[in-house]
Design a protein around this ligand. Structure first.
Ligand code: NDP
Ligand code: BG6
Length: 513
């Protein structure tokens, strides 16, 4: 789809957009794609990967000859895998009548092989089965590592030694976490590169596949009105907000080893920040975009303890129901200090952004579920109308809100005259509400990313130097938090989070949106 985009923005109708992707190869009869979901019995595979593959199939975006293999240790037959997968496939797309039929067709292309992650022999058996399906065509192979990080390398080693393609490409999608800090991330990269070239590694950050995150560059670089304002001269602060209205439910074991800073800030929010703040890339080519992102990340000051507030949710009783504390999770060690909430102020030391606070806030078990970018602009100098706002000058400034989820929208808060004979101003929104503007359902981030990986489009995947730069910003802080055993501020499950986040923002004259 990107190539089509490069050819001409207006020539692609939304219904055509995805179909374009179906024309992968001129010789698609001679090639095949085998997608192996390693860890197919797991949560992510069921919840996201198989449904995304089905959605791509439904939209005719998968190549003519494709096979999906589930691989994991659990014993399962093909029929059992199909039964498991069928429970999470949905016919959400346009509610078309033939969805059930398409589902059956898709499931017939899904198979399962049980094996150990560290067994070259088991991967060689998989290779044999893949070859049968590939039937002598050029074989392109995609491995999706949907497994815990401690077994990434074993699986990469065995897949690359025993099941990589002999005639086409072999690519590996790696899920986060990419290490816990600079050192472990560098070690992971080094190990991966023993078996794979950098251009075979697709490090996924699913936030990059979200519609409004992808739209950031379009908004900035294809509209005259935003880019001239996109700097310290007009922007007072930028807020990147992630909140979930549920706790770590079921993932406490994983989460306790990582915490919210590694889980959300170092990747999802920082990636958004980089796209938001980068300079104009030379082209839409993946390397050009990623070069600019790396430059921004490397211009940032590593976080210090005083730039951060951390919190952890405690139990809370409401309407006779008690919502559990983080440490009530049986998989979380008693007395854990792992933050489930963090707020941070980051700065970019370059000519464009010098002195502008980028405030991040991420938390679990808060009062609402949302992901947003908020851009607060400066005051209008010598504003004739300031008196309409009394002393509350904050209210008089423009704010651009990019609501990534839920209910995607982009709106600009402007000051407007209230209709009537008098002169009274209020704040109103210029509102681009996606559900009202576009009838087509927004694809899940995993659909876009899987399609890109199949097409070899790397723009939305993380390059190793980006990853290094991202870890350099957070590693000293994480180390200090852990060494000094900093106690998080406790906040009630379902609340707005620790009050410390407001004090942090106030230090920079910011009010959270
Ligand atoms: P799971 O814990 O469900 O693990 C996936 C599969 O890996 C399991 O079904 C199991 O299969 C195998 N497995 C689990 N633990 C071990 C172990 N200790 N040793 C060997 N094999 C094991 O993971 P998820 O599906 O939740 O996540 C997969 C990856 O995606 C992880 O890296 C995770 O961090 C990442 N991720 C997950 C998200 C989610 O929402 N779940 C969101 C973002 C990233 P079997 O026993 O059959 O071999
Ligand atoms: C994952 C985190 O990367 O993103 C989870 O590990 C979090 O903790 C999830 O819940 C949020 O993703 P989304 O797409 O539901 O906002």
């Amino acid at each position: 789809p990107l190539n089509k985009l490069k050819e001409g923005l207006t020539s692609v109708s939304s219904s055509e957009e995805l179909k374009v992707a179906a024309s992968f190869d001129d010789n698609e009869n001679e090639s095949s794609v085998s997608i192996t979901v390693v860890g197919a019995s797991g949560d992510l595979a069921k919840k996201k990967i198989f449904p995304a593959l089905f959605a791509l199939y439904y939209e005719d975006c998968l190549p003519k000859h494709f096979t999906v293999y589930g691989y994991a240790r659990s014993k399962m037959t093909d029929a059992e895998l199909r039964n498991m997968v069928s429970k999470t496939l949905t016919c959400r797309i346009d509610k078309r009548e033939n969805c059930g039929e398409k589902m059956e067709e898709f499931l017939k292309r899904c198979f399962y092989h049980s094996g150990q992650y560290d067994s070259e022999k088991n991967f060689a058996e998989l290779d044999k089965k893949l070859k049968e399906h590939e039937a002598g065509r050029v074989s392109n192979r995609l491995f999706y590592l949907s497994i815990p990080p401690n077994i990434f390398i074993d699986a990469v080693k065995c897949a690359s030694l025993s099941a990589s393609s002999g005639s086409g490409w072999t690519r590996v999608i790696v899920e986060k976490p990419f290490g816990r800090d600079s050192k472990s991330s560098a070690a992971l990269t080094k190990s991966l590169k023993q078996y794979l070239e950098e251009d075979q590694i697709f490090r996924i950050d699913h936030y990059l596949g979200k519609e409004l995150v992808e739209n950031l560059s379009v908004l900035r670089f294809s509209n005259l009105i935003f880019e001239p304002l996109w700097s310290r001269q007009y922007i007072r602060n930028v807020q990147l907000i992630f909140s979930e209205d549920f706790g770590t439910e079921g993932r406490g074991g994983y989460f306790d080893n990582y915490g919210i800073i590694r889980d959300i800030m170092q990747n999802h929010l920082l990636q958004i920040l980089a796209l938001f703040a980068m300079e104009t890339p030379v082209s839409l080519d993946a390397e050009d975009i990623r070069n600019e992102k790396v430059k921004v990340l490397r211009s940032m000051r590593p976080l210090q303890l005083e730039d951060v507030v951390i919190g952890q949710y405690k139990s809370h009783t409401k309407g006779g129901f008690t919502y559990p504390a983080y440490t009530d999770d049986k998989t979380v060690p008693k007395g854990s200090l792992t933050p489930t909430f963090a707020a941070a102020a980051l700065f970019i030391n370059n000519a464009r952004w010098d002195g502008v606070p980028f405030l991040m806030k991420a938390g679990k078990a808060l009062h609402t579920k949302r992901a947003e970018i908020r851009v607060q602009f400066r005051h209008v100098p010598g504003n004739l109308y300031n008196r309409n706002f009394g002393t509350d000058l904050d209210r008089a400034t423009n704010e651009l809100v990019i609501r990534v989820q839920p209910d995607e929208a982009i709106y600009l808060k402007i000051n407007n005259k209230v209709p009537g004979l008098g002169m009274r101003l209020d704040r109103s929104n210029l509102n681009l509400h996606y559900a009202a503007r576009y009838s087509k359902e927004i694809p899940d981030a995993y659909e876009r990313l899987l399609l890109d990986a199949i097409e070899g489009e790397r723009r939305l995947f993380i390059r190793s130097d980006e990853l290094d730069a991202a870890w350099s910003l957070f590693t000293p802080l994480l180390k200090e938090l852990e060494e000094k055993k900093i106690i998080p501020e406790y906040y009630p499950h379902g609340s707005r989070g620790p009050v410390g986040a407001h004090y942090l923002a106030a230090r920079y004259n910011v009010r959270w949106g």
